[in-house]
Design a binder for this molecule. Structure first.
Ligand code: G3P
Ligand code: CA
Length: 253
């Protein structure tokens, strides 16, 4: 996608719909992902966790309390129990009946249609989740970057090192909102296994963008929920903007 920078130039920036187009539809549901496709975003961002019976599911919080009509921890509920929940109504009655998607359902429905930025959310709670994700990608030949726009990211750096070893051709991102993890030394350490350094926008500076680029990595920043934040990141020349509102990054969308 090309977006207009405040200096009037048009720069290439990937428009990433955060948990889908979650400003407009319930986060991490097919409704939000379909909306992102309709809005011509370049990627959807999804949060992946694991059910009690080891099925990969797409949900942000480690409990179902905020976004569904159920209660409890994702890891204590079976896939069947998770699928019985209403994951749409919290955003409005018109979304009633949206379900927590399975990871394989999202891959099958969207690969080839839109890029998928996969976040492993709290992988420390789910031993073996990296292998499980790798298996699903390999089964679909989605572990080859020349075919597909697939990226895997996490706040858990050990999990990303492991994922890089399991899926050497899939781009890896490290997430942080800490300035202390953006020193030259730590950026250099990330660059040994990561392709993206993905900070919250509050810590982004032009100098940081330059350092990340000079280490051969790209930079994606989050989470845009205002036009001002989108304009700031466009000005910073980041490579991708992770936003609840894809139209803030490119008004034509
Ligand atoms: O993609 C970055 C962003 O999703 C990280 O924060 O809490 O929304 O998963 P969070
Ligand atoms: Ca996320």
């Amino acid at each position: 996608a090309f977006a207009a920078g405040t200096n009037g130039e048009r720069k290439q920036v990937d428009n990433v719909a955060h948990r889908g187009a979650s400003g407009y539809a319930p986060e991490n549901t097919l409704a939000a992902f379909d909306k992102a496709v309709d809005m011509k975003a370049d990627y959807i961002e999804i949060d992946v966790q694991q059910s009690k019976d080891n099925e990969l599911v797409v949900i942000h919080d480690t409990t179902v309390d905020r976004t569904t009509d159920g209660t409890g921890k994702v890891k204590d509920l079976t896939f069947e129990q998770l699928r019985a929940l209403d994951a749409g109504s919290f955003k409005g009655e018109q979304f009633k009946g949206e379900k927590i998607p399975s990871f394989d359902e999202v891959l099958d429905r969207y690969h080839g249609k839109i890029g998928i930025l996969i976040e492993l959310k709290a992988p420390e709670l789910y031993p073996g989740i990296e292998e499980n994700v790798a298996k699903e990608l390999k089964e679909r030949h989605l572990d080859r970057p020349q075919n597909e726009k697939i990226i895997i990211q996490s706040f858990n750096f050990e999990s990303m090192k492991k994922t890089d070893a399991l899926l050497p051709k899939v781009p890896i991102g490290v997430l942080t909102s800490s300035k202390a993890q953006a020193t030259e030394q730590s950026l250099k350490a990330f660059s040994a296994y990561a392709d993206y350094f993905n900070p919250s926008y509050g810590i982004v500076t032009k100098e940081m963008v330059g350092q990340v680029h000079s280490l051969g990595m790209k930079i994606s920043s989050w989470t845009v929920r205002s036009q001002e934040a989108a304009d700031f990141l466009l000005d910073m020349d980041v490579d991708a903007i992770i936003t609840d509102y894809p139209d803030y990054v490119d008004p034509r969308k």
